[in-house]
Ligand binder design. Structure first.
Ligand SMILES: [Zn+2]
Length: 296
């Protein structure tokens, strides 16, 4: 992926943010800390909010750093989010190299040194991104329910560390949510069992781990956040025609224009699927339905 896209603006913005946050925390220091006995947990992306809430229930308050509709490859850290994170007891980072964290984790950790930072990717095997020009790892680990199970374990272990008195409550909730993830995994397997043509075309290649775990093939249009060249487009159109692919997937966070150009050429259509929805399980059901229809 292209962290240098961010580099120019990051250093200026982050300096300003840090100064503002330090000022804000100096003012609020010592006050209002006891106003809520809920445990503040910050996460990077929306799907993690469902994971944390499913385990923490009414004992926790979640702050999501990358807001709805924003793209974690380019989102900047705002002063208000820094103020919220300064109050958190725990930060669940994705940990797989998503740009928001590469750019800002240092600052986030610096503003709240007592916060427990958990790496949700611990125990997940990263795979290389589909970008032939860049040897990076694919950061979109959460799209596979099997990886989500590991992320949920990691979050629960850390919540227990932060609040050992409620260990049983957290672990019961964790087990209930893991069962739902197992049921989702089973449903995906059975729904895809008889699909012959297992390739799908997607604008932003966020579905690599889903493809890997369910034996599908992800064909990306956009490579490492860059617009495809005319050659790339011709190649994708040819491939789509050859393999009889009629659906081009795009995510709501990205401009679907390029996907529409290709869909027109192959007489197909663009369908939106979201890798960043807050209602993780519900959303993957929808994605599964769309994929089954697209590939059958
Ligand atoms: Zn992405």
């Amino acid at each position: 992926m292209a962290p240098n896209r961010l580099a120019r603006s990051v250093s200026i913005v982050s300096t300003v943010v840090l100064v503002m946050v330090l000022a804000a925390s100096a003012i609020s220091c010592g006050q209002a800390k006891q106003s809520s006995d809920k445990i503040g947990v910050a996460v990077t992306i929306l799907p993690q909010a469902e994971f944390v809430e499913s385990i923490g229930g009414d004992r926790i308050n979640v702050t999501v750093m990358v807001p709805p509709g924003a793209d974690p490859h380019t989102t900047e850290l705002t002063p208000s989010k820094m103020t919220e994170v300064a109050e958190a007891k725990m930060y669940a980072k994705v940990g797989s190299g998503i740009e928001f964290e590469l750019s800002y984790m240092d600052k986030i950790e610096a503003v709240n040194k007592n916060m427990l930072v958990v790496d949700c990717s611990k125990g997940i095997e990263l795979v290389t991104s589909v970008d032939p020009n860049e040897p990076g790892m694919d950061p979109h680990i959460w799209v596979s329910p099997l990886n989500a199970k590991i992320m949920v374990q990691n979050i629960c272990d850390s919540l227990v560390q932060v609040d050992p008195a409620n260990k049983d409550y957290y672990e019961q909730n964790r087990d209930a949510y893991l069962q739902k993830l197992d049921a989702l995994d089973q449903e995906i397997r059975s729904s895809l069992a008889n699909i012959k043509n297992r390739a799908f075309i997607v604008l932003h290649p966020a579905w690599g781990y889903f493809a890997k775990d369910y034996d599908l093939e992800q064909i990306p249009i956009e490579i490492s956040g860059k617009e495809p060249s005319a050659q790339d487009i011709t190649r994708i159109i040819d491939e789509a025609k050859q393999r009889n692919i009629k659906i081009i997937f795009a995510s709501p966070q990205f401009n679907p224009q390029m996907a529409e150009v290709i869909a027109n050429e192959i007489g197909g259509k663009v369908v939106l699927i979201d890798d960043l929805a807050r209602d993780y399980i519900e959303n993957l059901h929808k994605v599964l339905d769309e994929m089954v229809q697209a590939m059958e």
